[in-house]
Write a protein that binds this ligand. Structure first.
Ligand SMILES: [Zn+2]
Ligand SMILES: [Zn+2]
Length: 109
């Protein structure tokens, strides 16, 4: 877990549309670019809502979260968010099972 240098709030991982990975402060919006580059297999805008975007690069250290995998009995997943260009839409959350590598979106509440 990383905390903001400015206000000590929790920072969450975000992925910009061009694949740049960064940590973003939930409180003050301070961002910190982190190394690595995510590659998505398909253009997001052409991807139907129910399709999963596969992350092809495994070498980026990602934070994990408790999330039940729909494919196996594992309940720990890597998570990240994908920012869309439209500011009025929230970031989409993705989970990836640490065990079977199944990747899914968090559709939220
Ligand atoms: Zn902050
Ligand atoms: Zn799994």
């Amino acid at each position: 877990m990383q905390f903001c240098e400015k206000c000590n709030a929790m920072m969450v991982p975000v992925t910009e549309e061009d694949g740049t990975r960064a940590l973003k402060c939930r409180s003050c919006g301070n961002t910190k670019t982190i190394g690595g580059h995510l590659t998505v297999s398909q253009d997001l805008e052409k991807t139907p809502r129910d399709k999963i975007i596969i992350v092809e690069e495994d070498s980026i250290p990602m934070p994990t979260i408790k999330a039940a995998c729909p494919k196996c009995d594992n309940n720990v997943a890597y998570y990240w968010t994908l920012q869309t260009r439209r500011g009025d839409e929230g970031a989409t959350e993705f989970y990836r099972c640490t065990k079977c590598k199944h990747t899914w979106r968090n559709y939220g509440g």
